[in-house]
Ligand binder design. Structure first.
Ligand code: PLP
Length: 302
């Protein structure tokens, strides 16, 4: 996907000073020895923004920030100031919506790096990948790939930062290229001992009758905000929602399987390693509608 940075909006955030400013997204802002480009040493969140009546709404604003805070703790970065980060996020959204009055949805990625002498930060609007809308309609072909570690190994290896949303995504990107080279759309990571984990940028949910299941985040994956929203709203609608250890056979025997994330929403897996999976498009649409519901804090400043 190409992106025209000139049409995006950017806030530079100084977490130590507690300030931010809107800046030209095409100008240089980051030192080459900043530990984000240098080591991938930082954390980020990508939120979905939908626009209604000229105002931008952040979906799962609270859960995203909670995960940002917990990622900061895991990397021993300073605790992010909630007011500062939300104000910067809202400023980027307001500027972006005012520059693109017809825009319906986009993402904003906010990032804190370990910086050079002190942390640096920024929030940047990014376009939604148009492939996701097609994938929601048509489904995707996914292949399983070995994650290279056994399930739950992060429990005894906190330095591996399993469960933190860090900037070190080179391996996740490589997995995507690997899938494309095999003619597949996506990857589903499986632990070395055979437990389903997640996609490189998504979680997985399987339906079995009235139950929705997803792997336990402690098994070695990022606890997704989209999956959490789906579970909360599905539980309210009468589904039994459970975290469980799942094997590939649990997916192939399911009544529907989806990858979920803030930008892609809920995308059905059509085939897994070439095996056709059951589809429940009605539930998939319901799940996406749940994620698109607007929460009370979607426009709220702290
Ligand atoms: N797992 C990984 C590794 C991710 O990078 C992401 C999002 O980018 C997700 C899961 C889904 O998280 P969320 O639903 O909060 O977007």
């Amino acid at each position: 996907m190409t992106s025209n940075t000139a049409s995006e909006s950017l806030a530079l955030i100084d977490p130590s000073a507690g300030t931010f400013s809107l800046v030209d997204p095409t100008a240089a802002h980051l030192r080459v020895d900043d530990l984000a480009p240098h080591r991938g040493d930082g954390i980020f969140e990508t939120v979905l923004v939908t626009v209604h009546d000229g105002g931008g709404h952040v979906h799962a604003r609270g859960p995203h920030f909670s995960r940002f805070r917990s990622s900061a703790q895991m990397l021993e970065l300073p605790e992010p100031d909630e007011r500062l980060w939300h104000e910067a996020l809202d400023a980027v959204i307001a500027e972006h919506v005012s520059r693109h009055p017809d825009i319906e949805a986009f993402s904003v990625r906010y990032t804190m790096s370990r910086g050079v002498d002190h942390p640096s930060g920024w929030a940047l609007s990014i376009p939604l990948d148009p492939a996701f809308a097609r994938q929601r309609r048509e489904g995707i072909a996914a292949i399983t790939l070995d994650r290279g570690y056994v399930a739950y190994f992060g429990q005894n290896a906190p330095w591996m930062l399993v469960g933190a949303k860090t900037l070190s995504y080179a391996a996740n990107q490589a997995a995507g290229r690997w899938a494309a080279a095999q003619g597949a759309d996506e990857v589903l990571y499986v632990s070395h001992d055979g437990f389903v984990l997640e996609g490189p940028t998504s979680n997985v949910i399987v339906q079995r009758g009235n139950r929705l299941l997803t792997p336990d985040p402690k098994a070695g994956l990022l606890h997704g905000t989209t999956q959490q929203t789906v579970f909360a709203r599905a539980a309210a609608a009468g589904f039994e929602c459970t975290y469980a250890d799942l094997r590939v056979e649990d997916l192939t025997a399911g009544d529907g399987v989806w990858l979920t994330s803030s930008a892609r929403l809920c995308v059905p897996i059509r085939t897994l390693d070439g095996v056709e999976l059951a589809r429940n498009d009605e539930l998939g649409t319901r799940m996406t509608d749940w994620v698109l519901q607007i929460d009370a804090d979607s426009t709220q400043k702290v």
